[in-house]
Design a protein around this ligand. Structure first.
Ligand SMILES: Nc1ncnc2c1ncn2[C@@H]1O[C@H](COP(=O)(O)OP(=O)(O)OP(=O)(O)O)[C@@H](O)[C@H]1O
Ligand SMILES: [Mg+2]
Length: 315
């Protein structure tokens, strides 16, 4: 299937000479939720701004739903809704007018039923006559989402949609995003809450220093790079790692009450049977075993570190 967004060799050097993007290639599939992760300054907003036609790329080419974003800007942009990272919301206008006006900007005929539907979905209906400036921060963010959806885009960019949003509203937003996907909308989001990507995304891209260092299905990523840990709760605490267990990747924790064994989920042979046998031979008794898998957060932090180290070694 044709990708809904195709990014080829996109580079960006800002006027001051700073290169924010090197040469990014990325295809977004129709109907997926794609999470773009990366530390502050990695280039996420720059990439989104290029796709949305706000920033001109220095090199490369982007098409959205088959339309070249530069040559065929209006057609491409009409497919796209954008919720920017920076909110510009000190307006005296009402919620209703703001959202309706936004739809009009894209040349769409008025559709009060549709506007009502999105305001209700975003729990903004009660506030439809309030001035934007009189809303709370989280409500303003929801108005930005309503604006972005006002012209019925098939692609939605959410640049840190849940920054500063409370837990309950965050869950509501996840629900809403899933609902959009069910209606066939493709969603690209950036977030610093990795649990958000873990919860929502079909695929994950990691960007660091203007380079896309990884793009992977979330499940594959977690399986490939995930580590499992087996925690062994000891009957009696020990002060040092028992000598006979040197060959295992063990750590002592909880003041000598626990042994933590880390192993690769990819490896066929986990070594758990040998470890338990060795414990037995050493006469170390345990009262409980407990295993856990690394979160996307840990995977992500590792990736960015590895990338940083590789960059330093390369000079
Ligand atoms: N208009 C600009 N002029 C010069 N440099 C810029 C401009 N906009 C962004 N940059 C630089 O480009 C780099 C990438 O910025 P960008 O906003 O894309 O990062 P980001 O990944 O979105 O970060 P964050 O997680 O903080 O939102 C940063 O070093 C930033 O300082
Ligand atoms: Mg940003």
């Amino acid at each position: 299937m044709q990708p809904i967004i195709s990014i080829e060799g996109i580079g960006k050097t800002y006027a001051g000479g700073f290169t924010a993007l090197k040469s990014v290639d990325l295809d977004i599939k129709q109907g997926e939720i794609f999470a773009l992760l990366g530390p502050n300054g990695a280039g996420k907003t720059t990439l989104i701004s290029i796709v949305c036609g706000i920033v001109n790329p220095t090199s490369g080419r982007v098409t959205a739903d088959g339309h070249d974003i530069q040559r065929d800007f209006r057609a491409a942009r009409s497919k796209i809704g954008l919720v920017p990272q920076e909110l510009s919301t000190d307006s005296f206008e009402s919620v209703w007018n703001t959202v309706s006006f936004s739809r009009g900007l894209f040349g769409k005929a008025p559709n009060p039923e549709y506007i009502e539907k999105i305001l209700r979905q975003l729990s903004l209906w009660e506030k439809k006559d309030s001035k934007i400036m009189a809303l709370s921060g989280g409500m303003k963010r929801r108005v930005m989402i309503a604006k972005a959806l006002s012209h019925e885009p098939s692609i939605l960019f959410l640049d840190e949609p849940t920054a500063g949003v409370d837990v309950e509203l965050r869950r509501d937003m996840w629900e809403m995003v899933r609902g959009l996907r069910e209606n066939g909308v493709t969603v690209i989001l950036t977030t610093h809450y990795i649990e958000e990507a873990e919860e929502m995304a079909d695929r994950i891209g990691v960007i660091n220093h203007g380079e896309l260092v990884l793009v992977e299905e979330k499940h594959t990523l977690m399986r490939k790079l995930g580590k499992k840990q087996l925690t062994i709760h000891l009957q009696n605490p020990v002060s040092d790692l028992p000598a006979g267990l040197g060959e295992f990747a063990l750590e002592l924790s909880d003041e000598g009450n626990q042994l933590v064994y880390t192993f690769d989920t990819q490896r066929e042979h986990t070594g758990i049977a040998e470890l338990l046998r060795a414990l037995n031979q050493q006469g170390i008794e345990f009262k409980d075993l407990h295993s856990s898998e690394s979160s996307l957060e840990e995977i992500f932090v590792n990736l960015v570190h590895q990338n940083q180290n590789a960059r330093q070694q390369a000079g």
